[in-house]
Design a binder for this molecule. Sequence first.
Ligand code: GLN
Length: 461
Amino acid sequence: FSSLELTEHFIKRIDALDSKINSFITHTSETALAQAQAADEMRAQGDKRPLLGVPMAHKDIFCTQGVLTTCGSKMLHNFVSPYNATIVNGIDKAGMISLGKLNMDEFAMGSDNSSSYYGTVQNPWSLDRVPGGSSGGSAAAVAAGFVPVTTGSDTGGSIRQPASFCGLTGIKPTYGRVSRFGMIAYASSLDQAGSMGRSAKDCAYLLQPMVGHDPRDATSIKHDIPDYVQDIHDAEAAAGDQPLAGLRIGVAKEYFSNGLNAEVEQAVRSALQQYEALGATIVEVNITDPEITLATYYMLAPAEASSNLSRFDGVRFGYRCENPTDLIDLYTRSRSEGFGPEVQRRILMGTYALSAGYFDAYYTKAQKIRRLIIKDFDDAFTNCDVIASPTAPTAAYKLSEDLDPASMYLGDVYTIGVNLAGLPAISQPVGLNSEGLPIGLQLIGQHWQESKLLTTAHLFQ
Ligand code: GLN
């Protein structure tokens, strides 16, 4: 196919079907078609970049120069970014073509895309189910065949959980691996961008132009960058009938705890047996009680969010209330009208945790527990190479079940520890439940081991 044919195919499909899914907030079809034509010419002149002319789309959390960047919020309903996020530049430079910006939970706070100002997103596997969140649009767009790969961001599971709900693979890299410059901040010490696609190899392709040190992000780290796709090919070439021989997979009973749906548990356990059949050995490890991890996350993430979101004041950019009577009225009404209920709840929780009277009791204590969570992972990794778990306790649920916030937070129980420890993790599909909905398995790696996760997931598929 030429890039133009491919791009036209995807745009046609989006135009015909996205009214049912609602995965896109903004379309950039016209520029995409022009870029596709240019890509075909470059290819004809001998340009060999592997991703040249391949369509993709970005979660609307990434700043895109000259293109609306809403972060799923009324607060940014009119924000056209004056610059590109570093990852957007990297993907542009690889020659990929963005078809637009994808729906998401408001400011990436949520697990089912229901907090978006732009409406809920339907799961292509079953339109009455949620696609997961917060990168719900990124997952639904790939699952619906609108684009082969998408970018996402993951603060507590927002790449892995929607990948699991939509039958995809999604990888959250090591903290510091991918620049956060131009990715609208939720909880800066946890946020990390990553890729989503139909397979580990597709994720590897898109991850490559995203990674690397960036002087514009002080938490981005200089570290060797492997060639992810080449590593997959090498592993495949070296594979015998036991391609995963020598791999030690840690399994923690804490990850098979109360609240885990029986069919999800069964699918994950049978995937682990298949891993054994491929040569891996299962070893028992211990990690921090996920309920403690969950409480720690829901203290720290809102605290950081309350600080990060203070920049949205109705003055510099974004939504401003009508006819403010004075400065305080301007701040108060712009924020009350511009932020949705989930975001306001997080700001309230975070401000409380950071307030002078409660700082030590909540914030400092949560920071100390975070240290212990990291140590428990370090200890577990002395006995294994990767840790396996369900990605989420359930498959995609119906929105009408109308979860209260605390129950929704419980759905993050297996994914958030990874962010608190800055570790890389991947979610891969391992089967369907009796309703035909996908189930995901999470593999957690040691710092900088994205290649091991991608290769392992690939050899399993
Ligand atoms: N569901 C989690 C939250 O609402 C994680 C979100 C994310 O990773 N961005 O905080």
